[in-house]
Design a protein around this ligand. Structure first.
Ligand code: ADP
Length: 680
């Protein structure tokens, strides 16, 4: 672009070259660009290459005269506005002049013309043309400016949208990402940075892949490629590494971004942490499997229990029948009764074990620690289990491999329960040889190892040993009896006592060795434990009249139990009065003078709690012992709370009953102050 005014194109058309020269000489101005045409055709041709401000047109020309040429020009839309000045030497006849104007001329100049007039006419059109051009330029510039402004506005809007989209993406508690059509990630939100601990700039392109679990990458890429081929969204699970190094499962979802032509121009995706959900589902599935297994085990257990209960019941009922219906001599009678008693005790053991286990499962097991004399415990064990071993011709030995304190602190009932179970099993599952019980002590831990030479345990099944409701080998267990609960219960009890029970060694038919540990702190200055093997079976004190002259009121509604208990008592020398329920019990207690009351709890009309409570309120000061078929601790507490001195659970042990009566009588009259919560 020059600095001066732009030159304006002017077309001069004449078939005579001298005329052209003359016009050129006349209009020879620096800002004019004079373009010559020597014919109408040439003039039209020139139009295409220039932007003429004005056309000077000779009228008389061969081939196509000036009028015809201009008429053609006026037919062309883009040129019809160019002003035309006709120059002619011919007639000034008005018709001619009209013809000129009709064909589109704006002016008519006759030769000879006044050069100044022509010059000024041309200059008017040049000026007009220049002004038009300026106007056009201005309008173009305006349009351009408007377009730029609009573009800027759109760009600003785009930017704002982008910012909004980014803030939104950052506020979402999931990983949000974008990738281009070649799967190169070009955006990752703040959650990615927070989760992976990697800047998004370090993860763009394909670097994000290093945060994915190596085993998941191939599946991810295959799925993505196939989605690209099918133009579809995709979704899969994959592990992504967190900042702390942990891989967590995510669900990766992506949808293609398309342009107006439906071509994929990128991908928008999210990764959602589903680790917790997955864990929950796994746990649920495991819980289901376990629940099904537990349910199956319980069904098996019930079947076994039914069998285990029916077996001793069969002996009890069978022998009772036999003795009722046949004449049997004294020996047969003793043997039958011993069998009935043994089977009754076995039934009791099964019920106790089930109760204990359900208490442990429900978290209600109570441990009552006290100072325990190990000499007594092991002497009891020897007495109790020695007979069983002897019956099977087994050698049962107790010995210690280190100094053991005589007094330790633990729950004696639970410790005995464990020892009876494990040593009892050893005797039960051994037909020949010995059972060896070895103790050692390492403050505060007491260890008891029980080894036998019995049938042993299949090592492959040893893991089932301590599971409740799971019996190892039904066919073998049948031979020996048992509920399959003993070890499960014992292990839980040992754990409750701060220790454990483990199977240390075994082989099929090669015996088994169990190790029991319990936490049992020793008294500071304790004697040493010295197991005594001489303690024989305790003498049965039932024969001795220990309750000679004692007057007992038995309040009991069951006739069988009335007979049984009063027989126990009269055998021991007591005198017994019987009341059928609580009301009669109170009446008899008021009128007759008894030394002690044995009070059943569940009775019609007035139960044992209410009867005891009323008697105590009336100032009754003789001992009352509760008798109940419930074995729960809460039951015992309730009995004591209403005013009982002691509590015995059914089935009543004869020796224990006599001892308990003697103990209560020795304590003298009872002054009972009801506690606030003893509500009846
Ligand atoms: P059970 O009352 O049936 O004896 P346990 O829980 O005490 O129940 O024992 C479970 C199973 O473990 C037994 O049925 C038996 O198969 C096996 N078992 C336990 N102790 C021994 C042992 N000393 N020798 C061989 N097998 C044993």
């Amino acid at each position: 672009m020059g600095s001066g005014p732009q030159r304006t194109d002017i077309l001069i058309t004449d078939d005579r070259s001298d005329s052209l020269i003359a016009l050129e000489a006349l209009l020879n101005l620096p800002h004019y660009n004079l373009v010559q045409a020597s014919s109408g055709r040439q003039a039209i041709e020139r139009l295409k290459h220039f932007d003429f401000a004005v056309i000077l047109m000779d009228v008389q020309m061969p081939e196509m005269d000036g009028f015809q040429t201009v008429a053609k020009i006026k037919e062309m839309a883009e040129f019809k506005h160019i002003p035309v000045i006709f120059i002619t030497a011919i007639d000034k006849d008005e018709r001619y002049v009209y013809k000129g104007y009709e064909s589109g001329a704006v002016d008519y100049v006759f030769k000879p013309f006044d050069p100044q007039i022509l010059k000024s006419k041309v200059s008017v059109f040049v000026e007009l043309h220049q002004k038009n051009r300026i106007l056009l330029e201005q309008s173009l510039r305006l349009q351009e400016h408007e377009r730029n402004r609009r573009m800027q506005e759109l760009a600003q809007q785009d930017l704002e949208n982008l910012m909004r989209y980014r803030s939104l993406a950052n506020a979402i508690p999931h990983i949000v990402w974008r990738a281009d059509s070649a799967s190169r990630v070009d955006y990752l939100n703040q959650e990615w940075v927070d989760y992976t601990g990697r800047k998004s700039s370090e993860s763009l392109g394909s670097r994000w892949l290093s945060s994915f679990h190596p085993d998941d990458i191939s599946n991810l890429m295959t799925t993505w490629r196939s989605a690209l081929r099918q133009h579809s969204a995709f979704e899969l699970e994959s592990r992504i590494q967190a900042a702390n190094g942990e891989y967590r499962f995510h669900i990766v979802k992506a949808s293609p971004e398309r342009n107006a032509q439906e071509e994929i121009i990128g991908w928008l995706g999210t990764c959602t942490d589903i680790e917790e959900r997955k864990r929950f589902i796994d746990e649920l599935a495991n819980a289901k499997v376990m629940a099904e297994a537990a349910s199956e085990a319980k069904t098996n257990f019930l079947a076994n229990m039914s069998h285990e209960i029916r077996t001793p019941l069969n002996a009890v009922l069978g022998f009772a029948d036999l003795m009722l219906n046949t004449d049997c001599d004294e020996d047969e009678r003793t043997s039958g009764l011993t069998t009935i008693r043994r089977n009754g005790q076995l039934l009791l053991k099964i019920i106790d074990e089930v109760l204990d286990l359900s208490k442990i499962e429900a978290g209600h097991l109570q441990i009552e620690k006290s100072e325990v004399d190990l000499n007594r415990i092991f002497s009891e064990m020897h007495n109790l289990l020695g007979q069983r071993a002897k019956d099977k011709n087994l050698v049962l030995t107790f010995h210690s491999s280190s100094d053991i304190p005589r007094y330790i602190s633990t729950d004696p009932t639970r410790l005995k329960q464990i020892l009876i179970n494990v040593i009892g099993n050893a005797i039960k599952f051994t037909n020949r040889g010995s059972v060896d019980v070895e103790m050692s002590y390492d403050q505060p831990e007491l260890k008891v190892a029980v080894a036998d030479s019995g049938i042993g345990i299949d090592p492959e099944k040893a893991h089932l040993l301590f599971q409740p409701f799971t019996q190892m080998d039904n066919s073998r267990t049948r031979e020996f009896g048992g509920s399959g609960l003993g070890l499960a219960l014992s292990r839980r009890l040992a754990r409750a006592l701060g220790g454990n029970i483990e199977l240390k060694a075994t082989s099929l038919n090669g015996g088994a060795r169990f190790l029991i540990t319990i936490e049992a702190p020793a008294r500071a200055q304790s004697d040493h434990f010295a197991p005594s093997k001489q303690d024989s079976m305790a003498t049965q004190p039932g024969d001795i009249k220990k309750l000679e002259g004692v007057k007992v009121l038995l309040v009991e509604d069951s006739q069988d139990n009335q007979i049984l208990t009063s027989r126990f008592l009269t055998l021991a020398g007591a005198h017994v009065d019987i009341a059928q329920d609580g009301i009669e019990g109170i009446a008899l207690a008021q009128t007759l003078s008894h030394d002690i009351i044995l009070m059943d709890i569940q009775m019609p009309n007035l139960d044992g709690y209410s009867a005891t409570s009323r008697l105590r309120k009336q100032g009754y000061d003789r001992p009352i012992i509760a008798l109940t078929a419930h074995a729960l601790k809460e039951e015992k507490m309730k009995c004591l709370a209403v005013g009982c001195n002691a509590y015995l659970s059914k089935p009543i042990d004869r020796i224990n009953l006599i001892e308990q009566i003697r103990k209560c009588l020795a304590e003298g009259p009872t002054t009972f102050i009801p506690s606030s919560d003893a509500s009846i």
